[in-house]
Design a protein around this ligand. Structure first.
Ligand code: NAP
Ligand code: MG
Length: 498
C-alpha cells in the first residue's frame, strides 16, 4: 500500500489543466480572466483557471450544437458510441492515480476514497452505460394491425451539466455517461472549487475518440458560467446537482428563457431510524458514523438526523462516541487519515455557524471545534448534538458538514412522522431486525432511497434522486437515460378505407 510520501511524490508529476475545454481544445476565457482554485488541506492556491462567462458558454454551446447536428456522435451507431466510451473508461483507469490526486488536492477528499471509490466508480459507470447503449430497443405500439406505430428514444441535443464539489469527477460522470451514451452533446460547468479532474477527463475523452464539441468543460462561477448555461436559448436540458436554492434558480432560468428541461438533484436532511429491536448496535454505530462523517459530512444523502428509539439511545451514543474517538482527522494525502478537511474557508464558517447556533438549542455530545488551524486547512471535529428538538434548525437545515443531530422517538408512528417532517426527501435508513417493521417503515418514508440495515446503499444499477425539495429526475440505472432522451412516435398509416 502507498504511503503519504509515495502520494506526495506522485503529486510532483502531475500538471493540472487550467483552461476551458471547448470544441476539442484547451482555451483561455474570451476575456482572458482567471480564478483560483485552492487546496482545502492547506488553504494554498493550486491553480489559476480560465474563468468562463457567457461568451465562453456561447462558444461551447455552438460547438456542441454543430457536432450534434452533424450526426457524428448523435447518429453514430450505438456500437460505435459504446466503443468510444469503453475506451474512455479504460483511460480513466490508466490515469487513475492522477485523477484521484486531482480530486484529493482540489477537493480535500481522502486519497483512500478518491483512489478506491471516486475514480474506479467513475470508470465503472462509464463502462456500464457504454455497455447498455447497444442493448436498448424501441417499441412497436399495439395499434390496429393495419397500422404501424414505432416509439423510439432520440437524444435531446445539447445538455448543460452543472455539478458540485463533493465528488468532482464522479458527480460529473453520473451526468456525462448516460447523456453521452444516448448521443447528446454536453457542456459541463464544474464547481468553482474543484474544476481540475473534469478538465483532464475531457482531454481523455478526446483521446478516446469523442468528436470535437461533444464534451465541453467551461469552468467558472455559478452566477456567471452556470447562469449563462441555465439561460441559454440553445441548451435543451440542464442536469444539475447542488443545493436546493440554486436548483430553484435553474427552474427560473428555464422559465425565463427557452423552457429547457431541468433535472434537479438537490439537498437533503436524511433520517437514520434506529429501532430498539436492531440487535447489532455495533453495526448500527459503525454505519451511523460512516453515514455522517464520511466525506466530512459533505454528502447530499448524509444521514444527518439520527432518530433512536428511547431505550437504546444512550448505549448507541456511547458506541458512536467510541468509534468517533478512533477517527483520524487530517491530511487527505495520508492514507492513515479517516476524515479530511471541508471544501473551503466559507464552508468552514458555515459549518461552525451551524454548530454555534445549535449550542443554544441542543446539548453538545462531542466535537464542535476547528482543528489543525496551523496547517491552513479547513478541518473541523466530528460533531454531534443530542436531544435536538424537531423544530431546531439542526433538525431542519442541511449543514453539509460533519454535524449529527441526535434525538429519540417513542414508537414507530412517531419515528416515521419525525423522519418525514422535512422539506427534503433524498434518502433514509432504517435499522431493525424485524422484517415486517422494515417493510412498513420503508414503505411509509418519503425518500428516494431507503436503506435497510445499512446507510447510503447505492449502485450504478439503482436509480438515485429525491422527492420534495431534494429534487426530481433520477441519476444512475437505465432510468437516467430518460432524462437525456425524448420519446418519438412515428406512425405509418395503413391502407386507407373507402
Ligand atoms: P451549489 O452552490 O448549489 O452549487 C452547485 C453548482 O451550481 C456549482 O457548479 C455552482 O457553481 C453552481 N451555481 C452556484 N450558483 C449558481 C447560480 N446562481 N446560477 C447557476 N449556477 C450556480 O452547491 P454546492 O455548495 O456546490 O454543493 C452542495 C450542495 O449540493 C448541497 O446542498 C448538497 O446537498 C447538494 N448535493 C446534492 C447531491 C444529490 O445528488 N442530490 C449530490 C451532491 C451534492 P459555483 O461552484 O461557482 O458556485
Ligand atoms: Mg479546490
Amino acid at each position: 500500500m502507498r504511503t503519504r510520501d509515495d502520494w506526495a511524490q506522485l503529486v510532483t508529476t502531475i500538471e493540472p489543466r487550467r483552461h476551458a475545454f471547448i470544441d476539442g481544445d484547451f482555451t483561455d476565457a474570451a476575456d482572458g480572466e482567471e480564478f483560483t482554485t485552492v487546496n482545502p488541506a492547506t488553504g494554498v492556491v493550486l491553480a489559476s483557471v480560465a474563468r468562463g462567462k457567457a461568451e465562453d458558454v456561447d462558444r461551447a454551446v455552438a460547438a456542441a450544437r454543430r457536432v450534434f447536428s452533424s450526426g457524428a456522435w448523435s447518429r453514430a451507431a450505438p456500437s460505435h458510441r459504446k466503443s468510444v466510451l469503453l475506451r474512455l473508461a479504460e483511460k480513466v483507469r490508466e490515469h487513475a492515480d492522477e485523477l484521484a490526486l486531482l480530486d484529493t488536492l482540489d477537493g480535500g477528499k481522502l486519497i483512500t476514497d478518491t483512489s478506491t471509490v471516486d475514480v474506479p466508480g467513475s470508470a465503472a459507470i462509464l463502462q456500464w452505460y457504454a455497455e447498455a447503449i447497444d442493448k436498448q430497443y424501441g417499441e412497436v405500439a399495439p395499434t390496429a394491425p393495419t397500422d404501424l406505430a414505432i416509439v423510439t428514444r432520440e437524444p435531446l441535443g445539447v445538455v448543460g451539466a452543472v455539478v458540485p464539489w463533493n465528488y468532482p469527477l464522479e458527480m460529473a460522470v453520473w451526468k456525462l455517461a448516460p447523456a453521452l451514451a444516448a448521443g447528446n452533446s454536453v457542456v459541463l460547468k464544474p464547481a468553482e472549487e474543484s474544476p481540475l479532474s473534469v478538465l483532464r477527463l475531457a482531454e481523455l475523452a478526446a483521446e478516446a475518440g469523442l468528436p470535437d464539441g461533444v464534451l465541453n468543460v467551461v469552468p467558472g462561477y455559478g452566477d456567471e458560467a452556470g447562469q449563462a448555461l441555465g439561460r441559454h436559448p440553445d441548451v435543451d436540458a440542464i442536469a444539475f446537482t447542488g443545493s436546493t436554492a440554486v436548483g430553484k434558480l435553474f427552474l427560473r432560468y428555464a422559465g425565463e428563457s427557452n423552457m429547457k428541461q431541468v433535472w434537479l438533484e438537490c439537498g437533503g436532511k436524511s433520517a437514520n431510524l434506529v429501532f430498539a429491536d436492531a440487535n447489532d448496535l455495533d453495526l448500527v454505530a459503525a454505519k451511523a458514523v460512516v453515514g455522517i462523517f464520511g466525506c466530512s459530512g459533505q454528502v447530499c444523502s448524509a444521514n444527518s438526523r439520527l432518530l433512536v428509539e428511547e431505550p437504546v439511545a444512550d448505549e448507541l451514543l456511547e458506541r458512536i462516541s467510541a468509534r468517533v474517538r478512533d477517527l483520524r482527522v487530517g491530511d487527505p494525502l495520508d492514507p492513515a487519515s479517516t476524515m479530511g478537511p471541508l471544501i473551503s474557508a466559507q464552508q468552514l464558517d458555515r459549518v461552525l455557524g451551524h454548530v454555534e447556533a445549535a449550542r443554544a438549542e441542543s446539548t453538545l455530545a462531542f466535537g464542535g471545534n476547528r482543528l489543525h488551524e496551523a496547517t491552513g486547512g479547513y478541518y473541523v471535529e466530528p460533531t454531534a448534538f443530542r436531544d435536538v428538538p424537531p423544530t431546531a434548525a439542526l433538525s431542519r437545515e442541511e449543514v453539509f458538514g460533519p454535524v449529527l443531530a441526535i434525538s429519540t422517538f417513542r414508537d414507530e408512528a412517531d419515528a416515521v412522522a419525525r423522519a418525514n417532517a422535512s422539506e427534503y426527501g433524498l434518502a433514509a435508513s432504517v435499522f431493525t431486525d424485524s422484517l415486517q417493521r422494515a417493510r412498513r417503515v420503508a414503505g411509509a418514508l418519503h425518500a428516494g432511497t431507503v436503506s435497510v440495515n445499512t446507510v447510503d446503499a447505492l449502485d450504478v444499477t439503482t436509480p438515485f434522486g429525491g422527492v420534495k425539495q431534494s429534487g426530481f429526475g433520477r441519476d444512475l440505472s437505465l432510468h437516467a437515460m430518460d432524462k437525456f432522451t425524448w420519446l418519438k412516435t412515428t406512425w405509418f398509416a395503413g391502407p386507407e378505407k373507402g
